[in-house]
Every structure is written in C-alpha cells, then in structure tokens.
Design a binder for this molecule. Structure first.
Ligand code: PAF
Length: 303
C-alpha cells in the first residue's frame, strides 16, 4: 500500500518503520513547517538491537495524492490543524486512520473528513524518540482498529495489514469500548504522574490508593451511562496492571508538562468531564485534576 504517516513522533515513527519493513511504500508528513526531502530513521528494538536506517521521503504532495492510507499519529489537539490542509490532496478512497490518546479528537473535523473511509485506532505499544532520527520500541502492546463511519466498516482487512507489520492487531466491531478503556487508564495515570512528576510505577504506592479509587468510581459511572459494561474492580485491576507493566515509563502527559508542551488533557479528562455533564454525573475528583493540569499549562502559556 501507499501509506503516509502524518506526525512521525514516537508512535508514528514506530509504525512507519514497521510498515516499511512489511513491504509498503511509506512516506512521512511533518505538520510543522518542514522541507520535503529525505528523513532518516532507525529503530531500536525491544531486544535492544538497532536496525538499519531507512530514508523516508517527507512532505511529498505526490505521496499524498497516491496514498491508499493516511495514518495520523499527531497529538489529539494537533489533529485538526494537521489534517485539514492535507485533505484537498487526497483521493476520495484514501482511508484515514486516526491513532490518538484520548477521545473526541476527530469531532471538530468530522464533517470535513466523513466522506473518506474513517478508522479509529488505539495502541498500548510503548515508544520514545531518542533523537529526531531514532525511535525506540520500549514496550510490547496491542493495537485495536475499528470503523468511525460506514465506509470505514469496509476496512476490516487493515487488521491483517497492520498485524503483519507490528502485531498484535485486532479489528473490533465497536472501537468505543477499547477507546473508553484506554481513556479510563489515561484519566488516572496521566494527570497524576504529570502533577507529581513521577514515573508510572510510583502510583502503585499506598498513598495514591484512595485518589485512584475515587477517580475510578466517577469514571465507571460515566462509562456505564455511555453504555459500556465495566466495573470498578475490573478497571482498577486494569489500571494496576498498566502501572506495573509500565512502571519505569514516564507518561506522555508527565513528559509534556516537564517539557512545557501543551498536554492532551482536553481529550482525556476533559472528554470524560464533557460526557459526565451530558449525563448529569458529578466528577469532582477528575475535575480537580483537570483544573490542576490546566493551571500548570497556563504558567508557561502566560510566560
Ligand atoms: O499516555 C501514556 O503515557 C500511556 O498511554 C500510558 C498508558 C499512560 C502509559 O504511560
């Protein structure tokens, strides 16, 4: 397939590298001003081998015009500005796959992209960039894909395409389930690690137990109102499992705050709060974390 990866950060680069290795023609697109040309990328695997550098073409309008698939891996808040300028170049059959943390990132652009086959994706792979030209695969995960519109439902074959590149990939009938489950985990781990500037593993300490419990009881109420079948015990076990599995990792929000970048809080806790309001459910503990992160962001926005 002709594939353009929009937003070659850690996760985008990981997929670009693996899709290239699986035999696809992969090109990259940086949404920040960038010159077209070649972008060298190497991969540090889970076994800590460094695989050879691949020279990807970047910001090539011809690649956009012939793209069968656009894999959009920018941050949730960058989705609209990154995607809108590109859609004029795309063939109407180009499949758009959006892989972001959180939920609701496609809402503001939905009207403008709904005539393309749309797929939403969520992944639990861990990856980080050591520098602009190297990505490290730091944790094995699972990727879920699911349709976001009617023509997206014709794209089940993508599970095989993605699985061949970087397993395990599953196609799900309702992507909202996996997205909500990931959102629940992010609502707990991301703001707490960002506020306390700690690695994920610190949240296993006794002192965090009451806070995590209070957050999860609000999250479960909202998820149930949204038609998800879940329980506090189930979510609590899942959160504990991710905290243990990623104990040495620094969450994306912790890193964003440390590096004074805009966080994805609007699409994580912010999305939860929006849905809670629609169902008239009080979520004071999540609201407190949301406001704390917003205040931290304001410090450098004002500066
Ligand atoms: O955003 C992140 O960092 C990750 O989704 C997670 C699961 C919190 C692990 O660090």
């Amino acid at each position: 397939m002709n594939i353009v990866v929009v937003g070659p950060g850690a996760i985008g680069s990981l997929w670009a590298y693996h899709l290239h290795q699986a035999g696809h023609r992969v090109s990259l697109w940086h949404h920040t001003p960038s010159q077209s040309g070649l972008y060298p990328l190497s991969l540090c695997t889970l076994a800590e081998d460094t695989l050879p550098t691949i020279d990807f073409t970047t910001n090539d309008t011809e690649a956009l015009k012939t793209a069968d698939l656009l894999l959009v891996t920018v941050k949730a808040w960058q989705l609209e500005p990154a995607l809108l300028p590109l859609i004029q170049h795309l063939h109407p059959d180009t499949i758009i796959v959006c892989m972001q943390n959180g939920m609701g990132a496609t809402d503001s652009v939905y009207e403008k992209i709904q005539h393309f086959p749309l797929v939403l994706a969520t992944t639990t792979h861990g990856a980080f960039k050591t520098d602009a030209q190297q990505v490290c695969h730091s944790g094995l995960g699972q990727t879920m894909l699911g349709a976001a519109n009617l023509s997206g439902e014709q794209c089940t074959f993508l599970a095989e395409v993605f699985n061949h590149a970087l397993s395990e990939v599953l196609w799900v009938a309702d992507i909202r389930g996996p997205l909500w489950n990931k959102l629940a985990i992010n609502c707990v781990i991301n703001p707490l690690t960002a506020i306390h500037q700690c690695p994920n593993g610190t949240l296993a300490e006794e002192q965090f137990r009451p806070t995590i419990k209070a957050l999860l009881s609000e999250i479960v109420a909202v998820m149930r109102a949204e038609g998800m079948t879940t329980s506090e015990e189930e979510l609590s076990a899942r959160v504990a499992q991710v905290i243990t599995a990623t104990k040495a990792n620094h969450s994306s929000m912790k890193q964003d705050i440390a590096q004074q970048r805009r966080t994805e809080i609007d699409f994580i806790t912010g999305y939860l709060i929006q849905q809670a309001q629609q169902h008239h459910i009080a979520v004071p503990n999540n609201l407190r974390l949301f406001e704390q992160i917003k205040q931290m962001e304001q410090l450098w926005i004002q500066a």
